[in-house]
Design a protein around this ligand. Structure first.
Ligand SMILES: Nc1nc2c(ncn2[C@@H]2O[C@H](COP(=O)(O)OP(=O)(O)O)[C@@H](O)[C@H]2O)c(=O)[nH]1
Ligand SMILES: [Mg+2]
Length: 240
């Protein structure tokens, strides 16, 4: 199973990957997902570097605009080993989907994924503008898969609100599904009428931030929240 983790610049992809790697390496998760292997030198080097930065209380460095790398993590859940292929996409290329109304050649491989994780920053100023870009991206993927506009995609889609630690209390109380319905009703409608298998999630890669706005270490480690849930759901929904 190949899972694509997508999200526009600043949505929290790199931090999520780093936190995921850190939790898997520390083996302290309550999840039944465990790390089986990193595939390749780049995955090993970059993901452990992101994890290391977070563990030291820093945010991972911004991804270079020109770089498209695909990280492959193999995870094991109970008796099953599956491959989680995660492209670290420059947001700028994704923006091109929005501007040009098609998937650029460098991103054509996006159509090959068996499941999608769409990361959305719930703190961004212009959530309505963001909504249009996300709808466009999902339409682009459907088109790249050869599906007509009015057809449902069978590919499981996990819509993940990141940075949940910094969301206002009253919004957080809504939960991911409620937040989607109240704050982003058009996105919720679009997802419901285009993807048969979909679910909304809320995660915090670092759990909390300190007074300086950096990842907060609690008892010398970061305490991510909810980061395994989307992957557990996708692994259960995957086509066999
Ligand atoms: N409060 C909070 N901020 C986060 C979290 N994850 C990311 N951020 C912020 O969002 C910024 C961009 O995240 P990054 O992972 O680089 O986004 P990317 O461009 O999608 O890879 C980070 O530098 C942090 O300032 C989180 O879990 N909580
Ligand atoms: Mg990044």
């Amino acid at each position: 199973m190949k899972v694509g983790s997508l999200g526009f610049a600043g949505s929290g992809k790199t931090t999520y990957l780093g936190a995921l790697t850190l939790s898997l390496l520390q083996g302290d998760s309550t999840s039944d997902l465990v790390l089986f292997s990193f595939d390749g030198v780049d995955t090993t080097r970059d993901l452990t570097q992101f994890a290391d930065q977070i563990q030291k209380g820093y945010w991972p460095a911004r991804t270079q605009a020109s770089k498209v790398s695909e990280y492959t993590l193999r995870l094991r859940r109970n008796e099953t080993v599956f491959s989680l292929r995660i492209p670290e996409l420059p947001g700028e290329l994704l923006e091109a989907v929005w501007r040009t109304d098609h998937i650029p050649p460098q991103l054509a491989f996006l159509a090959d994924y068996d499941a999608y994780l769409l990361l959305i920053d719930p703190l961004q100023d212009d959530l309505d503008g963001a909504l249009a870009r996300h709808v466009h991206l999902l339409q682009g993927i459907k088109r790249a898969k050869g599906l007509p506009r009015d057809a449902y995609a069978e590919t499981p889609l996990a819509v993940v609100f990141t940075k949940w630690d910094a969301v206002a209390d009253e919004d957080r109380a809504l939960g991911a599904e409620g937040f989607a319905q109240e704050i982003l009703p058009l996105l919720t409608d679009f997802v419901a009428s285009n993807f048969t298998k979909h679910r909304f999630f809320a995660v915090s890669a670092v759990g909390a931030i300190d007074g300086a706005g950096s990842p907060l270490l609690q008892d010398e480690r970061i305490r991510p929240a909810g980061i395994f849930e989307p992957l557990e759901w996708l692994s259960a929904e995957r086509p066999r």
